[in-house]
Design a protein around this ligand. Structure first.
Ligand code: GRF
Length: 204
């Protein structure tokens, strides 16, 4: 028996703005930043937060900011009809991934062609792919001879971390820099640029 939490699916929401869902698996600082940025926005709203973990801190952030949220486990993602119904009833137009660690199924990508964005905390196509998330990415960058890192915002398609890149910003890795420090500086770039890139991409 599947239970979706906090989502009201009985009434169709009014259709006036572009309604985006933000997917996050952990802390959700980017999710919160996006919700705050689009609060009161004329064309776009963050209408739903999706996570795969019941204990993800992003759920607390969503609740505090009055955004409906739903936990969808890996097993529930396999129930295509149910998932399609959930997104249809919530009138979701597009998806923004912000630290979401579950692979998006092909049927869902087909449902939202070129309407799913992701942010990666390095300069793709380097330092991406399976297992490259969080501190793993920053450690790999520091242990390489790259000398720089940054953020990549890209369209999500069937190839993991390989969809069309729409935005990058780079920074120099400092001499002797720790992965933790690099992560902090990259997070600042993410918070600064992700909302405006999402805004530009989804504004009709
Ligand atoms: C970010 O670094 C993002 O680039 C990556 O996952 C992290 C999520 O961080 N995909 P937060 O949960 O938004 O703080």
């Amino acid at each position: 028996m599947i239970s979706f939490t906090f989502v009201q699916t009985t009434d169709m929401p009014e259709k006036s703005k572009i309604r985006l869902a933000v997917f996050a698996s952990g802390s959700g600082s980017n999710a919160e930043n996006l919700i705050r940025y689009f609060s009161g926005h004329p064309y776009i709203e963050i209408a739903l937060v999706v996570t795969n973990r019941e204990d993800a801190f992003v759920l607390k952030r969503a609740e505090a900011l009055n955004v409906p949220s739903v936990v969808i486990t890996s097993r529930e993602w396999q129930q295509e009809g149910l998932i399609k119904n959930l997104f249809f009833k919530n009138n979701i137009d597009g998806v923004v991934l912000a630290g979401y660690l579950i692979l998006i199924p092909q049927y869902f990508i087909n449902l939202y062609p070129e309407k799913i964005l992701n942010i990666h905390p390095a300069l793709l196509p380097e330092f991406g792919g399976k297992g490259m998330y969080g501190m793993h990415v920053h450690r790999a960058v520091i242990n390489s001879a790259a000398g720089k890192s940054g953020i990549t915002i890209h369209v999500v398609d069937e190839a993991y971390d390989r969809g069309q890149i729409i935005f990058q910003r780079s920074l120099k890795v400092l001499p002797g820099e720790t992965p933790e420090n690099l992560a902090k500086r990259i997070q600042k770039l993410e918070h600064r640029y992700y909302p405006t890139v999402v805004e530009k991409y989804f504004t009709p």
